[in-house]
Design a protein around this ligand. Sequence first.
Ligand code: SGN
Ligand code: CA
Length: 517
Amino acid sequence: MKRTIQLIPVLGSLSVTAVQAGSDVKESGEKPLNIIYIMTDDHAQQTISCYDKRYNRTPNLDRLASEGVRFTNSFVCNSISGPSRAVLMTGKHSHKNGMKDNSCSFDNDQQTFPKLLQKAGYQTAMIGKWHLNGTPQGFDYWEILPGQGEYYNPDFITKDGTKRNPGYVTNVITDKGIHFLENRDKNKPFCLLLHHKAVHRIWMSDLKDLDAYEGKKFKMPKNFWDEYNGREAAGKQEMSIDKNMDLVYDLKMKGSGAKTWYGESFVKGAYGRMDEEQKRIWDAHYDPIIKKFVEDKLEGKQLVEWKYQRYMTDYLKCVKSLDDNIGRVYDYLKKNDLLSNTLIVYTSDQGFYMGEHGWFDKRFMYEESMRTPLIMRLPERMKKRGTVKEMVQNIDYAPTFLDLAGVEIPSDIQGMSLLPLLENKKTDHWRNALYYHYYEYPGEHAVRRHYGIRTERYKLIRFYGADVNTWELYDLKKDPMEMNNLYGNEQYKDRVVTLKAELEALQKQYDIKESDY
Ligand code: SGN
Ligand code: CA
């Protein structure tokens, strides 16, 4: 099969393994390669124990990593959901796929990797959070959550209309995924996208996990009380645990009399849609916590610390359910002898703040939200194991899947196939800089528009808009928490000149013009 040589020379040397992966494979007698792409929402690397052991344990994710690979420098190019999903589908930066922020409209008629895989004979399925307008194209089977979806008794849009499904969303999505696998056309290779709602706000736990992490005290990140000195845009955000996290809506203190902005929408919405039995179990858990909260009358710093602890507890319960459900998928594949010829990918639509800088949410080009977890359990014939340290980005997923399937990578795709990294190939010419661009302002959480470059050691960001026009520079080696903006510091003058030239080169490479901002 003919292939497109991409930006870097190493991709010219595609392996026999990749070529054999798709339609040519039947001739060689090897099993075709399947793909299961599991993407969660807002899952911070900090809460996956093969990345970070401070807060929790995720045995099933850790097993995928220990049997496969863990990317330690995996990033997104625009840290927000809709755009991230459009990047996944197209392998292109936001200005090219048209989905710059959550309010944009995704052109479903454009080229996507599932369409190309389907054309090459793959059976394709999309189950869970879609978060792009319209209905999915290029999938033999799909069932999607409307918008953000709900944690309890979620509705799913299907080809036959919208249907409500009883239960907890992470379990329901997994059930549907396994159901697809069970009923698929077993003569074809498959590509299943399982897109979870969890761990998105408002972090509602499965009933079975309500007791998890209760009583555990989490250590706050060192920069929790950040005052944003020298970082004007960071000071203007509205995603602070202190000021913007709602005691009722986010932290479930309904009926406590706490000051609330959105409390009613929790009571009528996310909680309101539970059935009586679910509510009874939920209340039996939260009522004593609410009672204690009312009695304690916390104020000031003590209240903020309490909010942080509740946030961590609720969030980690949702992670536990995800991890359990990933175990269920793994068990199914094992039982059905599919592990040896299936690529299992685990990632999130972006990273998330677990109190770093005092925040929840994402959007910024700072490390916690620009990074995203990326774990792959590889088909047997791909020999790489352990950690992959090269800088990869979500634009790379689409070309990787096409490459794996032996499908020609269209020349307008901007990402790079990761296969050379997974096959222990020499990768001396791998990229050494990433481009990032965030556009959703005005918007929720008030993060100003910005773009920038990240190299292995430095990050240069420009925030722009009506009320901000600033540059920031970080030395990630000396200042991994990005607290010290070095822009304007005499000692880094030359570094800024070099980085600006590199940034301009990246913008040229990805064909972004000022009119795209
Ligand atoms: C919702 C959330 C926000 C979140 C956005 C985008 N508010 O609007 O906190 O930043 O989604 O998230 S909520 O009140 O509806 O929970 S994204 O991951 O889908 O992009
Ligand atoms: Ca998200």
